[in-house]
Write a protein that binds this ligand. Structure first.
Ligand SMILES: Cc1cc2nc3c(=O)[nH]c(=O)nc-3n(C[C@H](O)[C@H](O)[C@H](O)COP(=O)(O)O)c2cc1C
Length: 224
């Protein structure tokens, strides 16, 4: 199993709740699945560019204006997207580690998504008979594990939670519907007194997610 881990957090692990969730997740996973292939990307070490006009011309103009051939500068502007799409397309599972910032995903994570969720790199548009389209994945990621931390508490369906909504909508668009979340919420010490309990519950959820993943991946027992 190939796991792509994308981490969007500038803090050192000892200061980051979400990064500590990822340590718990990967420790449990490696114990159960020592052969899993891990590909770690720290977005602060390998930062994505903002999606710009040359990249737009290279990726979208040929779709909208058939026959258009991007020039060299336009092609060069897709270098990050191409490199990261290659990693993405090799993965079976995607792990995303991040804090909630301003009710959504950190801008650096959104910039990475804007690079990677790209037609003809990780999915294609396929026309339907009725004149619409469907998206067909070029990747084979079947599951996302989302490891998040936030100061506040947002129960399922809370309209302020734009983070989960963004991840589910964007990756659902390219065929990834299965999202497991371990969320250390209520980490604002001014508002909550049970921070540690909440962190422990989220850590247990991260370990459980790793164990479930290992179980799904383990070869079937044919002994009996
Ligand atoms: C720039 C910034 C924006 C934040 N925005 C939110 C927010 O909208 N909602 C929230 O609940 N917490 C917010 N927080 C608090 C963090 O989500 C919280 O401290 C979290 O535990 C950080 O996770 P980490 O320790 O992995 O970095 C924000 C923190 C920062 C630095």
């Amino acid at each position: 199993m190939n796991i792509l881990h994308i981490c969007a957090n500038p803090k050192p692990t000892e200061e980051s709740v979400s990064k500590q969730l990822s340590v718990a997740f990967f420790s449990a996973l490696v114990e159960k699945l020592p052969d899993a292939e891990l590909n770690n990307v720290d977005l602060y070490q390998d930062p994505p560019p903002f999606f710009d006009y040359p990249a737009y011309r290279a990726i979208w103009t040929p779709l909208l204006t058939p026959g258009y051939t991007p020039n060299k500068a336009e092609k060069n502007a897709t270098a990050y997207a191409v490199r990261h799409a290659e990693m993405f397309n090799k993965a079976d599972v995607l792990v995303l580690t991040m804090p909630m910032w301003n009710f959504g995903v950190p801008a650096i994570m959104k910039a990475w998504m804007d690079q990677v969720i790209t037609p003809n790199l990780t999915f294609v548009f396929e026309p339907t008979e009725g004149g619409g389209f469907v998206t067909k994945p070029l990747h084979h990621i079947r599951k996302i594990i989302l490891l998040v931390s936030s100061g506040g508490v947002y129960r399922e369906g809370d309209p302020r939670d734009a983070l989960t909504a963004c991840i589910e909508a964007a990756f659902g668009f390219i065929g990834i519907e299965d999202v497991t979340i371990a969320w250390a919420d209520g980490q604002n010490p001014i508002a909550f007194s049970d921070l540690e309990e909440r962190r422990n519950t989220a850590t247990e959820a991260a370990i459980e997610a790793a164990e479930e993943l290992a179980q799904e991946t383990a070869p079937a027992d044919v002994s009996g």
